[in-house]
Design a protein around this ligand. Structure first.
Ligand code: NDP
Ligand code: HSE
Length: 435
């Protein structure tokens, strides 16, 4: 085995460090599988004096100058793991323009500039791979681009943020507060450097934009995704869900309705306890795909963390190395060959859960029901449980029949100013085929 494929690694943090460990610890087996040796030659860091002790033992060169990697003719693959949009996007472009193949796990860049980068990579006949960008260690990008390429995909529904799934699990099963659950997820290396992207649903929105683009062959960006996070979920919503036979999950949901168009959303959803996604807990992610030929398929695994994500990134590195050996780079294109329309809000339908704090007196329910009726929203069930504030306030939980997103938005605006409604505490979609 003569050939060695050499890597320039940008960033040596959680995932970058993991890639170095996996490529070194499993090097013999990887070389046999890839058909060549694979070596990290140079790592771009910001501060050469700040190297992590577990990485220092490997024989690798470090630089704080990107040009050392771009201008090194021995380096054929640049692996971008610095995160965030800038300067990561510019570094990826520079690598492609210098004739390098690129591997990244950066969904922030992909969700904003995916199409432009796919086009640049195609022009350069370079490989551009990003298995780690969605679902951490779960194979989902390659399945969508290759294994399921024969299908027309109609929907994707997934738990695609490990931090929030970990938090919701700890809040549901162990009664942890929101703040404690977040602190644990950060300590375990699941959260983004700014965890608001996790809890506000932005990280999941970037991922659903990437997945839906590949699944529906049309470029979607973060701006095309409607986003709601878990920051308004309270312990009592989780309890109500349990009483109703549901669990609360933050889902990315994308659908392709040939008549009305594409919908792409991230929001907390009440799922029946027997739904396959309901039992996906902790940092696990799962993506549930429906294709016309394959039917339903679910991909599950660890959605964040050093080693699972390194596993995905290294799978890309091995794939690109094989393509280099066989002179077959650039063979899998991005498939973004259509420009599909987005579904208008009056055609996007869902069942909804409302938790309202209302004045406790006769006629309140009638006032709320007429607000809903004005928006053609019909009520499937109502529960009044907690009476509080010395009997002057009550908590109402309402589940609606299928309502359009437009009706939901308009009814919310009215409820927020209705004198008998003291607070709209939370709103969630309910994905229940029985409703
Ligand atoms: P970290 O913040 O742990 O690591 C990023 C590293 O890049 C840090 O060491 C940082 O250095 C370095 N860095 C940042 N900017 C530069 C720069 N301009 N030049 C050189 N080095 C730089 O992030 P992660 O490893 O967690 O994430 C990396 C990527 O992987 C991100 O795109 C993330 O979204 C993605 N990802 C992460 C997952 C996870 O579970 N962590 C899972 C899936 C994807 P310094 O220490 O000096 O700031
Ligand atoms: N912060 C992300 C998550 C990392 O929690 O899922 C994986 O992309």
């Amino acid at each position: 085995m003569e050939k060695t494929v050499k890597i320039g690694l940008l960033g040596c943090g959680t995932v970058g460090g993991g890639v170095i460990i996996v490529l070194n610890e499993n090097k013999e087996e990887i070389a046999k599988k890839a058909g060549c040796k694979i070596e990290v030659k140079t790592v771009l860091v910001r501060d050469k004096n700040k190297l992590k002790p577990e990485i220092e033992k490997y024989n690798i060169g470090y630089t704080d100058n990107l040009d050392d990697i771009l201008n090194d003719p021995e380096i054929s693959i640049v692996v971008e793991l610095i995160g965030r949009v800038h300067p990561a996007k510019e570094y990826i472009e520079a690598a492609l323009n210098h004739g390098k193949h690129v591997v990244t796990a950066n969904k922030d860049v992909l969700a904003d500039y995916g199409k432009a980068l796919f086009t640049l990579a195609a022009e350069k006949k370079a490989d551009f791979q990003f298995e780690g960008a969605v679902g951490g260690g779960i194979p989902i990008i390659r399945p969508l681009r290759s294994c399921l390429a024969a299908n027309k995909i109609s929907s994707l529904m997934g738990i695609i943020n490990g931090t929030t799934n970990y938090m919701l699990t700890r809040m549901t099963e162990d009664g942890l507060s929101y703040g404690d659950a977040l602190a644990e997820a950060q300590a375990k290396g699941y959260a983004e450097s700014d965890p608001t992207a996790d809890v506000e649903g932005i990280d999941a929105a970037r991922k659903i934009a990437v997945l839906a683009s590949l699944a529906f062959n049309t470029p979607l960006t973060l701006k095309d995704v409607h986003v709601e996070g878990i920051d308004n979920i309270e312990a009592c919503d989780i309890e109500y869900a349990r009483d109703l036979g549901y669990v609360v999950k933050l889902l990315g949901v994308a659908k392709n309705d040939p008549e009305n168009g594409i919908t792409a959303n991230v929001y907390p959803v009440m799922l029946p306890k027997n739904h396959p996604l309901a039992s996906v807990n902790d940092v696990y992610n799962a993506i549930y795909v429906n294709g016309d030929a394959v039917g339903d398929a679910m991909f599950m695994g660890r959605g964040a963390g050093r080693m699972p994500t390194a596993s995905a990134v290294c799978s890309d590195i091995i794939d690109v190395s094989r393509n280099i050996l066989f002179n077959a780079c650039g063979r899998v294109n991005s498939n973004l060959f259509e420009k599909k329309k987005m579904c208008p809000p009056d055609k996007e339908m869902a069942n909804c859960y409302f938790r309202l704090l209302v004045t406790e007196r006769p006629g309140v329910l009638a006032a709320i029901a007429s607000t809903f009726a004005a928006q053609q929203m019909s009520i499937a069930s109502v529960i009044q449980k907690n009476v509080m504030d010395n009997g002057t306030s009550a908590e109402l939980v309402i589940i609606t029949n299928k309502v359009s997103k437009l009706s939901l938005d308009l009814s919310l605006r009215t409820l927020q100013v209705l004198p008998v409604v003291k607070k709209v505490c939370s709103v969630m979609r309910v994905e229940d085929p029985k409703l």
